[in-house]
Design a protein around this ligand. Structure first.
Ligand SMILES: CC(=O)Nc1ccn([C@H]2C[C@H](O)[C@@H](CO)O2)c(=O)n1
Length: 104
């Protein structure tokens, strides 16, 4: 059975349109493996909205965030840093998960 993964609902349009192709998570969400299919729900109300295939998962330190990562999130780099600081205050070690949408 495919495992469940969540996103804040404000990111749904970018994910479904292919404008957001990565997510950056902390250790608690570092379990997806390349090739794994994830059933994706909204964080707020647990509503299924797509299935993703994990293409890559790799460690990424806050100090190594680059413009390329921001583009893959469909954000500016300052915006990405702010989003991460808001979700994960005080943390500086993350995991980059690159994905593709396989069903919606
Ligand atoms: C519970 C939780 O943390 N859920 C998250 C975490 C992150 N995101 C989004 C926000 C950014 O676009 C990237 C980078 O973390 O992933 C999310 O939607 N839900």
């Amino acid at each position: 059975m495919n495992r469940k993964f969540t996103f804040f609902s404000r990111f749904i349009p970018d994910i479904l349109a292919g404008r957001k192709t990565i997510t950056i998570r902390d250790d608690s969400e570092s379990w997806p493996k390349p090739g794994e299919l994830l059933e994706v729900h909204t964080f707020e109300d647990d509503r299924w909205f797509c299935q993703l295939r994990v293409l890559e998962i790799s460690p990424l330190a806050l100090a190594d965030f680059k413009e390329e990562h921001a583009q893959q999130e469909n954000m500016s780099l300052p915006e990405l840093r702010q989003v991460i600081a808001d979700i994960y205050p005080g943390q500086d070690a993350f995991w980059l998960i690159r994905f593709e949408v396989t069903a919606q």
